[in-house]
Design a protein around this ligand. Structure first.
Ligand SMILES: *Cc1c(COP(=O)(O)O)cnc(C)c1O
Length: 394
């Protein structure tokens, strides 16, 4: 089976029941991704609903302060709903509509993908059902309320630990019992083929714009592109159009939690091994018996035990580099960026900022660094305050 492979990673490890639907999705995607009307409609949604193109912002204060490379930020935080996730869901929900589906299901952990999906469904008149672990529902009351306000049903998942991986399992199970009218809008560049490819394509608008914008302002390509990495959708979107430009270093920043040497680190590419999980062959954080580890990072968007298969491949062939950033480094970057640039970053994105803070001073003043700011940090303020020993709500 060579379909949807990235080297030895990727593939379609799914039940027989799901095969026809996955095949239909693959064929439809092959058709619509080449279809002018589809691409025009999607670009219209990107530009007139999500607010694209997003800015490429020169961080003058930070550049001056770190005394090294010129640092630019790709402002995905300025998109409607506050992160890059909208790029993927607009693409998938529009595709589902073209295929004739009327109902969208999705998993969510912290609720960010659930909110983005519910938003796209409200816009495009789709029924929307979001599966969320019961533990996460308790921790993320505001996002649960937002999803309901947007017209979605939120189903509480009580199996396992009641968190993201259980929600993924439950959504897959739901899909295999109801495929005729339902599309599963997966939240990152992961899962069985064709998801890693189609999610990457929808997110690759990020690197397409970065390339145009940096050529416009600097007249040359960046020396390095940095992005944070959970499942890997904003990172692969930021890397994609630079993969053939060998002189551009590509660096993915994983959530290491308490450290890459800890058994529950979420930095799969630092500490994991090859395995099969959620329909794909990839690198997964697992124990010596092959049990998937319960992983932890301060960032809910990064605490996934695997990575998308294309990242496993780029790491394998050494085209991209991957580093682990621990909680304390990310929180310091969150605070630093807020007071230095007047932009409160998502705690996920703060992992990439932390790596920029490490690297920029070692680089030359005429070198260029682009960091993808995957989302805004309003959602994280209460958790960061608590991490620093302060309660902002009673
Ligand atoms: C969900 C999320 C991430 C992690 O997801 P990827 O698929 O790895 O991009 C990163 N940043 C933000 C702001 C998110 O909401």
């Amino acid at each position: 089976m060579s379909k949807g492979r990235f080297g030895k990673f990727g593939g379609q490890f799914i039940s027989e029941t799901l095969m026809p639907t996955i095949q239909e999705l693959e064929e439809s995607y092959n058709h619509f991704s080449q279809n002018e009307d589809f691409n025009r409609e999607l670009t219209d949604l990107f530009n007139n609903y999500a607010g694209r193109p997003s800015l490429l912002y020169f961080a003058e204060n930070m550049t001056r302060d770190l005394k090294g490379a010129k640092i630019y930020f790709k402002r995905e935080d300025l998109n409607h709903t506050g992160a890059h996730k909208i790029n993927n869901v607009l693409g998938q929900v529009l595709l589902a509509e073209k295929i004739g589906k009327t109902r969208i299901i999705a998993e969510t952990g912290a609720g960010q993908h659930g909110v983005a999906t519910a938003t796209a469904c409200a816009l495009l008149n789709m029924e929307c059902v979001i599966f969320m672990g019961e533990h996460d529902i308790k921790r993320q009351a505001l996002n649960v309320y937002r999803m309901k306000l947007l017209g979605a049903d939120v189903i509480s998942v009580t199996s396992g630990t009641g968190t993201l991986k259980d929600a993924v399992n439950e959504t897959m199970k739901e899909w295999s019992t109801r495929m005729d009218d339902t599309h599963y809008a997966i939240g990152s560049a992961m899962g069985p083929h064709p998801f890693p490819t189609l999610v990457r394509d929808f997110q690759s608008v990020i690197s397409r714009e970065i390339k145009e914008q940096i050529l416009d302002t600097e007249g040359r390509l960046p020396d390095v592109v940095l992005a944070c990495l959970g499942g890997g959708s904003n990172a692969i979107g930021s890397f994609y159009h630079f993969i053939d430009d060998k002189e551009v270093r590509l660096i993915g920043c994983e959530g290491a939690g308490h450290g890459v040497d800890q058994p529950n680190t979420a930095a799969a590419l630092q500490a994991g091994r090859t395995g099969i999980y959620h329909g794909m062959k990839t690198i997964i954080a697992q124990n010596k018996d092959g049990q998937v580890n319960p992983v932890y990072s301060i960032s809910a968007g990064l605490d996934y035990p695997g990575v998308g298969p294309e990242h496993a491949y780029l790491a394998d062939i050494k085209r991209a580099e991957y580093v682990g950033i621990n909680d304390e480094e990310a929180v310091q970057a969150f605070e630093y960026f807020s007071r230095t640039e007047g932009i409160i970053p998502a705690i996920e994105s703060s992992h990439a900022i932390a790596q920029a803070i490490k690297m920029a001073p070692e680089m030359d003043k005429n070198q260029i660094m682009v960091v993808t700011l995957s989302g805004r940090g309003d959602k994280d303020c209460a958790a960061i305050a608590r991490y620093r020993g302060e309660e902002i709500y009673d």
